[in-house]
Structure formats: structure tokens, C-alpha cells
Design a protein around this ligand. Sequence first.
Ligand code: FDA
Length: 501
Amino acid sequence: NTGDRVPALIIGSGYGGAVAALRLTQAGIDTHIIEMGRAWTTPGSDGKIFSPMLTPDKRAYWLRTRTAQPVSHFSGGSVDKDIEKYTGVLDCENMGGINVYQGRGVGGGSLANGGMAVTPKRGYFEEILPSVDSNEMYGTFFPRANAGLGVNNIDQAWFESTDYYQFARVGRKTAQRSGFQTTFVPNVYDFDYMKKEDAGQVAKSALAGEVIYGNNAGKKSLDKTYLAQASATGKLTITTLHEVTKVAPAASGGGYSVEMKQIDEQGNTVATKTVTADKVFFAAGSVGTSKLLVAMKAQGHLPNLPGAVGQGWGNNGNIMVGRANQGWDPTGAKQSSIPTMGIDNWADPAGPVFAEIAPFPAGTELWVSLYLAITKNPERAQFQYNSSTGKVGLSWQASQNQPGINMAKRVFDKINSKEGTIYRTDLFGVYKTWGDGLTYHPLGGCILNQATDNFGRLPEYPGLYVMDGSLVPGNVGVNPFVTITALAERNMATIVANDLH
Ligand code: FDA
């Protein structure tokens, strides 16, 4: 409430925010999370918390009146449809040259993501974050993050036998026939639960295609792991449907004054509030944190933030693409929504790609292999404040995807030529092969040891910290949440030991 003073305030409840919450509360600090999305704990009229995948309803999207499906087209037409405007779980945020998908609600991206839990290649991690002690990361903090997130691996014998991973086996076989390496990928979806789904013993979630609009069971999202543990300390308060709009040094008594607007489930502002916090942790995600900090600097509320704030944003090289398989290579009417297999061509300097073999759970046989490729695209963009609109934009241009497309093309052209197959040109538009207008992996904008010190502290403003994907320099070569979690664990270990007197 307005006038309150709290020791620690965290903006956002995704990976960075959840780790900060756990380590602060365990250190005995009363901690308050402010989250703009809702708590996904109460079922709708159908008895389910989250929207079905094939018939998305208002719960699926953040304040839109029409869906914005990542695979936007099929056979010459758009697959989108009108929905009611609601504070749903998946935000497709248009940032000019790119649509950035993000999770909204208590748990952030963990509510909407595919759960792929990949520890980055050590050599590449050392290249992108040279100021971070990699012995410590790979000895302590990556294992700590994997344990905290509940990462597990698929039973390989079951993988080989179930109808639900036919699509992944076809993706593996066609990649291997062209000489590419494939690898199993760990996940936070509970694979024991998935086996029980297959056996008909429990309600189906992954095997009912649920994922980007939320999983009604099976997935260990942050509300079930880090945030549940933090809540169990009795020291955590989470306030939902509140969006932080301003952070500035408090007029008196030290600390920071934090302004927020409370919204209803249709997105209307119903109140504005100001509280004071001794410490503020920015964990609003790469886009959320960067937008806030760039605006605060430009508006003169935090004028001494470094020039590196807002710089170095990247889309983790994300490029999606689909192939049409031969008739003798069906991908299955039954598909698990949880990816478990990747094509690893990262070591090839002409085509550095780590491609997830993605499901396309349409409920019918389509012979489509879908891929989400993470390429080593070196292009970066900046967040910029527009003083006439008061909004923060991103400079990313569609043409900046071309290096990533070239890398992905090298891999999939080779597979197509070996298999005698073609690209699907109907999935991302009409006659459009590459799904390059979107990213699931926004990274950077407030890079570690550039915009912050080596542990996420904002210089000149003691008590302000950055703790999320904005610390990661634009590309990490694999799906990013394990890296974001482990970096937050590392930074919090130092902050808890030194900054909380
Ligand atoms: P994150 O975005 O998780 O959390 C930020 C939180 O802050 C959100 O809850 C947001 O609502 C809130 N917020 C923002 N601004 C605010 C404000 N001003 N006030 C209050 N609250 C605010 N990664 C991976 O490793 N494996 C995978 O399989 C996938 N798959 C995948 C699928 C889809 C569909 C998406 C959208 C994303 C993925 N990802 C993924 C990416 C992964 O989810 C992402 O990298 C992390 O969630 C980022 O974690 P952060 O802590 O940076 O922010």
C-alpha cells in the first residue's frame, strides 16, 4: 500500500526474481515481489487453470483481442482468431522489428515455456561472459540451478517406444542421415508424470499438447519450485496485477521510491501506488527491465545510470522453420508438447546452430518437422527512449535476422537435399519459409559487467540490482533459462554475503 516501506522489493517473478526471492527470504529478509501478471492458481469455468492449446481462449494471451500464434499460418491462411481481452499468460509484445514472446504471471516465462533446461557449452559461456569465474559456475551454480529447477531427463527406452515422440525420432533420423549430431535435452517437465499420462493414469497435459498457454499439470514451473520454497519461509509477499512504472531515489530516509499501477483483469488501471524499498531488484525480464531502466535514465529519475543500459540486446539467434517430410516419414498425430531432442551443429563455424526438434501437436498427421533454431547471429540492438511518446522502443530490424537465417539454412538445406524434401512455406505467412519475425529468447539490454558491476549491482545507485535475462549478452547458444537461473544464483550468493547488513 502507498506509504509502506519494505526492505527488499523485486520487480517480476520469473527466473531472476524467483532466485532473488528464495535467497533473500532464506537470509531472513522480508521480501516483496511485484508482478504485473496474475497468479495462476484458480480454475476457469472449464475446471482448468490454463487455456487448451488448440482452442485458445482469453487465458492464453496478455491483453489482446486476437491470438498471435507463433506458427501463424497454415495452408495459405492465418490460424489466428478473436478472443476476449484478458491478462492471459502469453504476451506477444511487438517491439517494432520483432515480436517478443514472454510469460506473464507468478512464475514469468516458466508458465509458458517448453521447459528445455540446457546448460550452455562451457567454451561459449566463457566467451560471452569472460568476467564470470567459470569454475565456480560449472562447479557450483549450474548444478545448484538445475537442482532448484527440478531438471530431469527422459527415460530413453520410453522415448524410443512411445508414439508421442515419433516426431522427434524422425527429426533425429533425418538430421543424422545428413551427418548432423543430435542430443537429448533435459527438461523441467516431470517425465514420470508424462509416462503416467501415456498409460492413462493421470490427466494429460504435455500429451494433450499443452505448453505455451500453460500446462495444467506436469511442468515444474517456478511457482512450484523456487517461489514455493521462498513462500515456505514465511518471509515472501507477492502482489499480482501490479506493474512497476517508476523507480527513483526516495526523497528522504534513503532507499528508493517505487511507483506502480494496479490493473484489473482487462488491463484497466484501477489504482496507482508508491512504496519505498531499501533494495530494489529488477527482474522484469530482458525487455521489462531494459524498458524501465532506459526510461528512468532518460526521464531523469536515475540519470547516472551508465550508457551501457539499453545496449546489447539480441534474440538468441532464434529462427523457426518447418520441413515437409516424405510420405514414409510420418511425424505422428500424437505429439508430446515437450521437446527432448536437439540438433547440435554449434561447432561448425559456417553454420553454428543448436536446433530444437519442436513438436507440432495439431492432433492429426501432417508430416511436418518443425525446428526452433538457436543460431550464433552476432547482430544486436538497443532500447531507445522516445520523448514524444514517452515509450521505449527497440532498434531491431527484420534484416538483422539474415545472418541467423544463413546459418540455419546451411543445416536444413542439407537435410532437404539428402531427403529430397522441401521447406513448408505456409507456416509463418503465405510463401514465407523462415519464422524470423519472433523470438522466445530475449536477452541483454543490461549486460553484466557493462551496465552493472560483475554481480548485477547498478553503479551509482547502491541497493539497485539487475537479476534477469537482461544481464546475458544477447546470445547464449542454447535455451536460456538455466543460464539466467545460475547467474542469478551466483550474483545472489555475493549480494547476500556482502550487501545485507
Ligand atoms: P521472465 O520473463 O521469466 O520474468 C519477468 C517477469 O516480470 C514476468 O512475470 C513479467 O510479467 C514481470 N514484469 C515485467 N515487467 C514488469 C513490471 N514493470 N512490473 C511488474 N512485473 C513485471 N527458455 C528455455 O530455457 N527453455 C525453453 O524451453 C524455453 N521455451 C520458451 C517458450 C516460450 C513460448 C517462451 C515465451 C519462452 C521460452 N523460453 C525458454 C525462454 C524463457 O522462458 C525466458 O528466457 C525466461 O523466462 C526469462 O527469464 P527472466 O527472469 O529474464 O524473465
